[in-house]
Design a protein around this ligand. Structure first.
Ligand SMILES: Nc1ncnc2c1ncn2[C@@H]1O[C@H](COP(=O)(O)OP(=O)(O)OP(=O)(O)O)[C@@H](O)[C@H]1O
Ligand SMILES: [Mg+2]
Length: 308
């Protein structure tokens, strides 16, 4: 995708849609969902959130997230089923409505991150025990862990870290379902690392959301996108600052401006929005081997015609 298209989208950002005849959208930070009984339409917009606030838009981010998640869904369906039924448009999918399980399942291969639940943040304070982990002292930021670890959090606003013991004692999941979730997440992550490596990238960490569909565990929401994952350029992991291909670039800039989620967020400058767009598009293109093409058909027209 060329710079001109990105610049044009910067001037005309894609922030969402309203469609006559469809129910009022449930607006998440990034996605608008139209819930139609057993199915839902998910429209992924260019909205960007960091530290839990929506801060603006990144050109073509919605399309990258939607199409890249669809690519990963097909590459992992032998491991676990997923919610995808049909790609309606580069920004929109028809999916099965699932009953979400009440935890977010994060898998990490490196000791890194900057948010309050990041393993590095907690390790620095000697608090990685909140995930039921115990790591040797003296490790440096960005160290590769011996093997990937699962660090779940609650799915509510608070994003509270959880240990396996808490998940079971609080009855969030049964023993059997938790074992299945943990095992599935680690297998998905291994597939993610293998395919990322073939594209010259490192899948550093990621977050999965699972749901139940007629009693079966399935993957919902998104998978291995640069919003839900950290990707580093392979070879740069030895640098003091590995080269990021994901949202961490924005988080690091916000922290530099003194913003970690409290008070008024600074506006994202155009050059940063374009740089981020470049990273998102590049991650899509490297992984899939395809060129990101702008949509050919109008989203509202397509959504008006959806037959359930
Ligand atoms: N197949 C599905 N069935 C039910 N819920 C789903 C499905 N796929 C995604 N979701 C939910 O839809 C929402 C997607 O919207 P988005 O990613 O913008 O939300 P968010 O900002 O992560 O969270 P919030 O909705 O709390 O603002 C998430 O809450 C996700 O759990
Ligand atoms: Mg989300």
């Amino acid at each position: 995708m060329n710079q001109q298209l990105l610049q044009q989208r910067l001037r005309e950002p894609f922030t969402g849609v309203e469609v006559e005849g469809l129910p009022q959208a449930y607006k998440g930070k990034v996605r608008d969902s139209f819930i139609l009984g057993e199915k839902r339409i998910i429209v992924t917009t260019d909205r960007v959130s960091a530290f839990d606030s929506v801060l603006g838009t990144i050109p073509y981010k919605g399309q990258v997230l939607s199409q890249l998640a669809n690519w990963w869904f097909t590459k992992t369906q032998d491991i676990v089923g997923n919610h995808l039924l049909t790609e309606l448009h580069p920004n929109a999918v028809l999916v099965s409505e699932a009953q979400p399980i009440p935890i977010e399942v994060v898998v990490r291969a490196y000791l890194t991150g900057s948010s309050k639940t990041a393993l590095w943040t907690l390790y620095e304070r000697g608090e990685e025990g909140v995930y039921g982990l115990s790591l040797p002292p003296g490790l440096k930021k960005n160290t590769k862990l011996e093997s990937p670890v699962v660090t779940p959090t609650t799915k509510d606003e608070s994003d509270t870290p959880l240990s396996e013991t808490q998940i079971l004692e609080q009855g969030l999941l049964t023993d059997e379902l938790w074992s299945q979730v943990k095992d599935t997440a680690l297998r998905l992550f291994q597939r993610g690392q293998e395919l990322a490596a073939q594209a010259g990238l490192i899948l550093v960490d990621t977050k999965y959301e699972f749901g139940l569909l007629q009693g079966e565990l399935i993957l919902i929401d998104e998978i291995h996108t640069p919003d839900s994952s950290r990707y580093w350029v392979a070879g740069s992991e030895e640098n003091a600052l590995p080269l990021h291909q994901d949202k961490e670039v924005l988080r690091l800039w916000l922290v530099e401006q003194g913003f970690r989620g409290e008070g008024k967020a600074p506006a994202i400058p155009d050059d940063l929005a374009l740089k981020l767009a470049g990273h998102y598009v590049d991650t899509f293109e490297r992984l899939t081997g395809q060129t990101l093409e702008p949509p050919k058909e109008d989203l509202v027209n397509i959504l008006r015609g959806v037959k359930i």
